[in-house]
Design a protein around this ligand. Sequence first.
Ligand SMILES: [Zn+2]
Ligand SMILES: [Zn+2]
Length: 263
Amino acid sequence: MNRFSLTVLGTRGSVTVSGKEYERFGGMTSCYLVRAGDQVLFLDAGAGIIHAPEMEESEPAILISHLHLDHLVGLGMYPRLSKKGRCTKIYLPAKDDDNALAELDSLYSPPYWPCSLTDYSGTLEVHALNLPMKIGEVTVEGMKGNHPGGSIVMKLSYEGKSIVYATDYEYERISFERLKEFAKDCDLLLYDAQYTEEEYERKKGFGHSTAEKGIELMNSCGAKRMLLVHHDPQSKDGELDRRELLLPVPNVHYARENEEILL
Ligand SMILES: [Zn+2]
Ligand SMILES: [Zn+2]
């Protein structure tokens, strides 16, 4: 059995935070490193990607769930992009490859950034995220999430196991039913739990969800394990500890930066 694992590089939503109150759960925005045998994939390229380990032997594929800044903000400082002879592939939601490059350039170009990411010393191949597709031995499937401007919920399957990444998703009945089917029997579910139920009442329409909805999803889809992700910048370590203690089921916790889960 080859290795299939997920390492949390960044789990914060919306914007990075720092300070001793954020040391344990972390302050970098969304980025997860998946290793499937020799294949390396990233889920999103938030600030966490700048701490990705050097993986010279592999050719990483970066899969972007949607174009909000917190999911792309680390890309410009991802060290591999500046290394001559290294190739990285990025897939983002767009009509075709030309549009994908135009989307990326709309963020990474003057006056917002000194140059295009394709001008760096390394090679960056920019593709549209057309799902389903196969990257190495990993099958990637997607479904539309419920989020302002849209988001893609992704499923990565490898050697009979699967990871479902449902970030920047707000509960809504019809898509939630689809999500139950999409995530059926997955081994690891990442679910957006930015808000408490009480906070959610004031944040309807912001595109995020709660731990309670994640647990409802987990119970009905049969996910074996769940990581709650996209922590609000206001939620300090003590607050996430408090929420974690209240979780009514095992095999669920709030994601911590640098933790690794082996599937
Ligand atoms: Zn986000
Ligand atoms: Zn978003």
